[in-house]
Design a protein around this ligand. Structure first.
Ligand SMILES: C[S@@+](CC[C@H](N)C(=O)[O-])C[C@H]1O[C@@H](n2cnc3c(N)ncnc32)[C@H](O)[C@@H]1O
Length: 232
C-alpha cells in the first residue's frame, strides 16, 4: 500500500508528464473510450459490490446520476431485478450500451446534464452516483445535493461512490491545475471537461450536511462510498 507522500509524488509527476495534454469535453471523452471502458473500470469491482450491498433492500424506485454503461446497476439488479431505475447521463453512446445490456429491466434512460435534469420532489427511494461527481467544483455540487435531498422520499438515501482526495494538498493542486487549464484554453463556464477535481472526505461531507443529509456510513475501498440519509 502506497503512503500518501508516495501517492502525492506520483500524482505530481503524472501532472507534469501530462501538462501539455489538452482538456477533452466530457461526453467526447467517454465516447472515445467506450470500447474498453468496462474493462478499464474493473479496478472498482469491489466497490461496485459494496455499493450494491448498501442500497436498502426495500428500495423500489431509484435515480442514477452519471450512470454511464451501468456497472453499478449490473450489481444492483443482480440483487433486486425488479428495481425501477432512471439513469441520467450526458453521453448517449454510454446509455446505448446500458440499454443493450439491460433491455429486459425496468429502466428509463435520459440523455441530459444532471445539473439541468428535473429531479422532482419526494420521488425516489434512493439517488445514487458512482465515479461521476468528482469532475465538478463544490459550488455546482452544493446546488445539486440540495436538489437530491428534496427529490428523495421521506427517509430516502443518497449513495455516493466517488474518488476522494487524500489530503487538502491533493484537492487544491488538482483544482488549481483544472482552473489553469480551462483558462489557458479559454473554455467557457458551461462546457464540461474531463479532469478529476475530487474533494477531501471532510469537504464532501460538509457539502452533504449543508444540504441537510445525515451521514450514516462511510466505506473506504478503492472508491469511497458515503450513505447519506434524508433527515426529515
Ligand atoms: C467514470 S463514468 C462512471 C459511469 C458509471 N457510474 C460507472 O461507474 O461505470 C462517469 C459518467 O458520468 C457522466 N457524466 C459526467 N458529467 C455528467 C453530467 N453533468 N450529467 C450527466 N452525466 C454526466 C459521464 O458521461 C460518464 O458516463
Amino acid at each position: 500500500m502506497q503512503s500518501s507522500e508516495e501517492y502525492m509524488q506520483n500524482l505530481r509527476q503524472w501532472l507534469q508528464d501530462t501538462a501539455d495534454s489538452p482538456l477533452e469535453e466530457m461526453s467526447d471523452f467517454f465516447t472515445k473510450r467506450l470500447y474498453g471502458y468496462e474493462e478499464h473500470m474493473s479496478i472498482w469491482e469491489e466497490s461496485y459490490r459494496i455499493f450494491a450491498e448498501i442500497l436498502p433492500l426495500d428500495c423500489q424506485k431509484i435515480l442514477d446520476l452519471g450512470c454511464g454503461t451501468g456497472l453499478e446497476l449490473d450489481r444492483i439488479w443482480q440483487k433486486n431485478p425488479g428495481l425501477q431505475v432512471t439513469g441520467v447521463d450526458l453521453c448517449e453512446p454510454m446509455l446505448d450500451k446500458l440499454l443493450e445490456k439491460h433491455h429486459d429491466k425496468p429502466l428509463t434512460t435520459v440523455v441530459q446534464d444532471y445539473f439541468q435534469y428535473d429531479l422532482g420532489c419526494c420521488k425516489w427511494d434512493a439517488v445514487i452516483s458512482f465515479e461521476s461527481l468528482h469532475h465538478f467544483l463544490p459550488r455546482r455540487k452544493k446546488e445539486l445535493y440540495r436538489k437530491i435531498y428534496c427529490s428523495l422520499k421521506g427517509k430516502g438515501v443518497f449513495i455516493l461512490g466517488d474518488y476522494i482526495a487524500c489530503c487538502d494538498e491533493e484537492e487544491q493542486l488538482l483544482r488549481n491545475i483544472y482552473l489553469q487549464k480551462r483558462k489557458q484554453s479559454a473554455i467557457p463556464d458551461p462546457c464540461y471537461v474531463h479532469f478529476d477535481i475530487p474533494l477531501t472526505l471532510d469537504h464532501e461531507i460538509e457539502l452533504l450536511r449543508n444540504a441537510g443529509f445525515i451521514i450514516e456510513k462511510i466505506l473506504n475501498g478503492s472508491a469511497t462510498i458515503i450513505l447519506a440519509r434524508k433527515g426529515a
